[in-house]
Design a protein around this ligand. Structure first.
Ligand code: 0WK
Ligand code: 0WK
Ligand code: BGC
Length: 890
């Protein structure tokens, strides 16, 4: 028994000595916590540099966008092919995702050798070899008759501008194939596959193995948002906020970033921790100066590092009594599987002796203990360095989410992580030490990255199919130049129809004379009352016109027109209007003052004089009875009489388009057209000597030619309807399962629930997708990023068509003005008003571009009416009063 204790003491002492000896020799490889925190901070800086547009070109950690925007959501299904190139083995797989709706994945795979002459040959040979393996696999699995989508796991740094493309930046690990760098590997593989006439494959996605690993694990654990490979090579990816990725358009949602952390330190950022052995290994590697971080971590290098250390220790007599063997001198003789074997708990020392013996050495016990500890230090440093970089990524995720504590899952794969006995434990422990405010679950990827690649391909093909269907719907709203010219031509014809006595009655565009014949000449002066009814707000205004200075002072009050008044009796409506006038005059202390009144009445009226206008029909939700066919000025005068409180002279009935034109003409005499692009859309034109307002809405008047479809033009162009059109489209797309996972909310079923102001909000460039999602939430819609992107596209398509159609109509009028005046070029101003034109982020620009395109010989100024049409109505009243005065004097 004493002998046993003596032996144990001797052995423990021996071990202690050897460990100390090795610790001293490899002092630089033992990284303190401070050093690890420092490396973590350095890596965080490198990530920033890689993500930023201006520093990315010089960054060593390239932070490559992968165009993988979402993890699997369980709706993926179908049959896919997958190639897995870049790890220790090359595999071809068939992946069946979610058969009969069950959330499961079945895989059949075949490994194929990667001969040296292929991985060190030229590109054409490589891709043809891959295509041959694929063809062989499809033959074996009887898939040649099928057209199948393929996902390519390509585990090398690739610059991507889309999912199905990958420009190789550089080879790493054992690969050094000529003629592939800086080329798109997808198109080259596609070309090679095409040579096999009997297989039909569509490469839909190229993914890095880290991304495939993250997706594979995310299929089982949706909180997985990091993928790490610690295998032949090493690397990591994670889901980054789009707003932090300068290299890709858009700020919405997230995208997976392939960090390519293997190149960390290629800019000498880690020279202080790299040792002579790292430098020696690098010099002897296939890519000196490159992948320096990887060369301190991954499986392709750990064994070689140990060999170089053992060789140096032998040379300095610290091992094997200074004896060396040719094997110990031979590069690559010690592999990482040997290191893993030597670090096994129980049989580690025995393995060490066996391995050293196989290397032609005669190791002593002390040597074996020492060598085992060398392995420990080398692999421990590897785990530490990995942990430091991973901790940096986890910290970034926590900060992106603005969380005090992050709960997340890291998907891991790679032979070193999987086969080295201590590696996972060491890595987890150090990560938790470096980021105590992160609860990290490490999930080993059982089925490799290809399952993940199939997921990405499944998502890509689903998105591709969806995109096709969505594009089909959106295409309905995309108007070609020919179509716009056609609309312009039709509008032009309708203008002529409307003007001609013979065709007026059948015309859809009614071209109603307004009896506004003259523009203000600056002599107008006095106080005028104006009413502005028919837009979003009902306003009563007092307009003080000062002669000679072409400026007016305005006081106004906005009043509501309750629905029951809009849809009550005509008498109630006009009594309500007069009540508002009374409140306003009270408020202005002008009750009883004799005032002339201009009445902006924005509904189609057939006028026979400036103060006589018969309502043709109500529009815009107004339905007051006993009004259609009645003279609106009479009804107002009767209501004023009924009130018998003030002395008002209703001088002019004006459409809001005419009021808007006049308001703008007061500043710019070139203004001969008024446009309302608001909740409703209309256009008046001044056609010598009469201004007509081409009430498109009067297309609303059922005429012989269009008995039943009133307001078509307005229903495609005005704010009142755009939201409703969007709602209809969203319902249609949701029914097709293309949006909101096919779930239509109760609120979305509600007519007019999707207000046009939502379009303006959703389409504003400043609004992040998150806010779009908030709007959709208000409609009871639980949306994904993709959903929000599609909703934004739908809004854009609908508002673009509206603006273009408005532009085509306006261009028709301008061209008529120009030709009527026999001008080669017409310089003209359009006075504009209306909430859609004023508030929608793109409407006015698209409308103006369309006019420019369709009426190139017109030099058009668009003048926004700041004061509304009420001012115009007052000016028209002043002009009418002036002309009346003139007539009296003559
Ligand atoms: C298995 C994955 C593959 C990846 C490999 C990395 O399916 O995509 O490249 O792990 O580990 P290695 O084989 O290099 O040890
Ligand atoms: C403001 C004008 C008013 C016109 C309105 C149209 O003062 O006469 O009806 O613009 O824009 P909407 O309010 O329909 O957007
Ligand atoms: C490559 C990475 C790959 C990693 C793991 C590295 O050498 O650059 O793209 O993810 O190895 O296979």
């Amino acid at each position: 028994m004493f002998a046993v204790h003596l032996m144990a003491f001797y052995f423990a002492k021996l071990k202690e000595d050897q460990i100390k000896k090795v610790d001293r020799f490899l002092y630089h490889m033992r990284l303190s916590d401070d050093t690890l925190f420092d490396i973590m901070a350095r890596f965080q800086t490198e990530m920033e540099k890689g993500l930023a547009k201006d520093t990315n070109p010089t960054a060593s950690v390239k932070m490559l966008p992968t165009f993988v925007r979402a993890i699997p959501d369980g709706s993926e299904n179908g049959e896919f092919l997958s190639l897995d190139l870049g790890g220790s083995k090359f595999r071809v797989l068939k992946v069946q995702v979610a058969k009969e709706g069950k959330r499961q994945v079945q895989m059949e795979s075949q490994f194929y050798p990667m001969p040296n002459e292929i991985i060190r040959g030229n590109g054409t040979e490589l891709f043809e070899y891959l295509a041959d393996c694929l063809a062989d696999f499809m033959k074996t699995k009887n898939l040649k008759h099928k057209k199948l989508p393929l996902g390519l796991t390509f585990s090398f740094p690739c610059k991507q501008t889309k999912l199905e493309e990958g420009i190789l930046l550089s080879w790493t690990k054992k690969f050094k194939v000529r003629g592939v760098q800086d080329i798109d590997v997808v198109s080259h593989l596609t070309k090679a596959i095409k040579k096999h006439k009997d297989i039909d494959v569509d490469i839909l996605a190229l993914v890095n193995d880290t991304v495939g690993t993250m997706m594979t694990c995310a299929y089982d654990d949706p909180s997985c948002e990091v993928g790490v490979i610690i295998g032949t090579g090493t690397n990591a990816c994670y889901m980054e906020d789009m707003s932090n990725i300068d290299l890709v358009e858009g700020d919405e949602g997230r995208m997976c970033i392939n960090t390519e952390w293997g190149a960390f330190g290629d800019d000498e950022a880690l020279e202080d921790i790299r040792t002579e052995f790292d430098r020696e290994l690098d010099l002897g590697s296939l890519n000196p100066g490159k992948q320096l971080f990887e060369k301190m971590i991954s499986g392709l290098y750990l064994g070689e590092l140990v060999r170089l250390i053992l060789l140096k220790m032998a040379k300095t007599g610290l091992l094997f009594g200074g004896k060396k063997s040719s094997a110990l001198h031979t590069k690559g003789k010690i592999e990482t599987r040997h290191v893993a074997a030597m670090e096994k708990y129980k049989e580690g020392l025995a393995n060490t002796r066996e391995i050293l013996t196989d290397l032609g050495l005669e190791p002593s016990d002390a040597d074996c203990i020492a060598v085992q500890h060398v392995c420990t230090i080398v692999s421990f440093r590897s785990a530490n360095l990995c942990a430091a970089a991973l901790a940096a990524i986890l910290t970034r995720l926590r900060e992106n989410k603005k969380l005090a504590r992050l709960r997340t899952t890291v998907g891991v794969d790679g032979t070193l992580y999987k086969t080295h006995p201590q590696y996972p434990k060491r890595l987890h422990k150090v990560v938790r030490k470096l980021v105590p405010n992160c609860d990290v679950r490490f999930l080993l990827s059982e089925s490799g990255s290809t399952k993940g690649a199939a997921m990405v391909t499944a998502v890509a093909s689903r998105m591709q199919a969806q995109r096709k269907q969505i594009n089909r719907v959106l295409a309905l709203f995309q108007l070609t130049r020919e179509q716009l010219v056609d609309v312009q031509g039709k509008m032009r014809a309708e203008l002529e129809y409307g003007l001609k006595r013979k065709t007026h009655s059948v015309a859809t565009v009614k071209m109603l004379p307004t009896y506004v014949c003259g523009l203000p000449d600056g002599t107008e002066k006095g106080k005028f009352l104006a009413l502005d009814l028919g837009g979003t707000n009902f306003r009563v205004l007092l307009v003080r016109i000062r002669s000679g200075r072409r400026s007016v002072r305005m006081y106004n009050k906005i009043f509501a027109i309750p629905l029951e008044i809009m849809q009550g009796t005509g008498e109630e409506l006009f009594d309500h209007i007069v009540q508002c006038i009374a409140d306003f005059l009270d408020y202005m202390g002008l009750k009883g003052a004799p005032l002339s009144l201009g009445f902006t009445f924005s509904f189609p009226c057939r006028q026979t004089s400036i103060d006589k206008g018969t309502l043709i029909r109500w529009t815009k939700g107004f339905k007051a009875t006993d009004c259609e066919g009645e003279d609106m000025v009479d009804m107002l005068r009767e209501a004023i009489k009924r009130r018998n409180e003030f002395d008002l002279d209703v001088v002019a009935l004006v459409n809001d388009t005419v009021g808007t034109m006049m308001t703008c003409a007061y500043e710019d005499p070139n203004c001969e057209i008024g446009l309302i692009a608001g909740k409703w859309s209309k256009l008046p034109i001044d056609l010598n000597p009469f201004s007509y307002h081409a009430v498109f809405c009067n297309t609303l008047v059922p005429s012989q030619r269009y008995p039943s479809f009133p307001n078509r033009y307005e229903k495609m162009t005005s704010g009142m309807y755009l939201g409703e059109i969007v709602r209809q489209i969203l319902i249609d797309l949701t029914k097709q399962g293309l949006l909101f996972r096919g779930k239509i909310s109760e609120r979305l079923r509600t007519r007019d629930i999707f207000e046009t102001k939502f379009l303006s909000q959703i389409e504003s460039d400043r609004l992040a997708l998150l806010q779009v999602r908030r709007i959709l939430q208000q409609l009871g819609l639980d949306s994904t990023c993709e959903d929000s992107i599609v909703v934004k596209e739908v809004c854009g398509a609908v508002s673009q068509r509206a603006a273009q159609l408005c532009g085509a109509g306006l261009a028709a009028i301008m061209e008529k003005r120009r030709e009527d005046q026999g001008l080669e070029h017409l310089k003209i101003t359009v006075g504009v008003d209306g909430t859609l034109y004023k508030l929608h982020p793109h409407f006015s620009r698209i409308l103006q571009e369309t006019v420019k395109e369709l009426a190139p010989q017109c030099d058009v100024t668009f003048l926004l009416s700041e004061d509304g049409s009420g001012k115009g109505a007052a000016l028209i009243t002043a002009v009418a009063k002036r002309l009346q005065q003139l007539q009296k004097e003559n």
